[in-house]
Design a protein around this ligand. Structure first.
Ligand code: PGA
Length: 245
């Protein structure tokens, strides 16, 4: 575990205005000493971004979106939002390349375009990579990750605003996390793909208050991307507390 850890809540397609009440606990926690060197970032659905921003007005919790359109400009793209629009309302982060969107057809080239334009819009990018169970069984994990990183980050020189979230597809929402030794090695592999300073590498996939005790022992992980458990404020707070205890 590195000292300054990132805890990114990915709410996916969950939450409505009533969910805002549950954030009071997190706000209180974020102002306490227990937060330690942890950094909290919430990525709610688009519909809640403005409300979250108002709610977090007086605290250090940051806001991101869960995806964006690849175009930098306005355009006739029904149902879409671009990175400039996200930055304009106050978001500072965006998740790009999540496997739930790759499954729907987002390829490495599209993801690369999204990342490049999000960086131009001055957003920090949480770039998701990860292998499927089939890839893992065929021992192709490193091959897949190397490809996703190479093409996803093509033509991007300055990587200081990029976070890589390693999310094995077989781990998302299943309750299964990789063995500690394998996870350590995969994170090392990802970091080894960068000449000079590597971007921060987070782990995501079924992180919860029970398995965090083992995960935090893996000392090359810079933080966690948390789905299901982040929608419950008590669990989210517990994950942060246990990381530092
Ligand atoms: P999970 O989701 O924590 O529910 O497995 C993680 C993610 O998809 O980012």
């Amino acid at each position: 575990m590195t000292n300054k850890m990132y805890f990114i809540a990915n709410w996916k397609m969950f939450g409505d205005l009533r969910s805002l009440n549950s954030l009071d606990k997190v706000i209180k926690f974020s102002k306490s000493k227990e937060i330690n060197k942890g950094r909290l970032i919430y990525c709610p659905p688009y519909t809640l971004i403005s409300s979250f921003l108002k709610k977090f007005n007086n605290c250090q919790i940051d806001i991101g979106a869960q995806n964006c359109h690849e175009s930098q400009n306005y355009g006739p793209y029904t149902g879409h939002v671009n990175s400039h629009m996200l930055k304009n309302i106050g978001a500072n982060y965006v998740i790009i390349g999540h496997s739930e969107n790759r499954e729907k057809g987002e390829n490495d080239q599209l993801i690369n375009l999204k990342i490049r334009n999000a960086l131009k819009a001055k957003l920090k990018v949480i770039f998701c990579v990860g292998e499927t169970l089939v890839d893992k069984r065929k021992k192709k994990t490193n091959l897949i990750l190397a490809k996703q990183i190479k093409f996803g980050l093509d033509k991007i020189k300055d990587k200081k605003n990029i976070f890589i979230a390693y999310e094995p597809v077989w781990s998302i929402g299943t309750g299964i996390v990789p063995k500690s030794k394998n996870l350590f090695e995969t994170i090392e592999f990802i970091k080894s793909k960068f000449k000079g300073k590597s971007p921060k590498v987070l782990y995501g996939g079924s992180v919860n208050p029970n398995n965090i005790k083992n995960l935090k022992e893996i000392n090359n992980i810079d933080g966690f991307l948390i789905g299901g458990a982040s929608q419950n404020s008590n669990k989210f707070i517990d994950i942060v507390k246990k990381t530092y205890s």
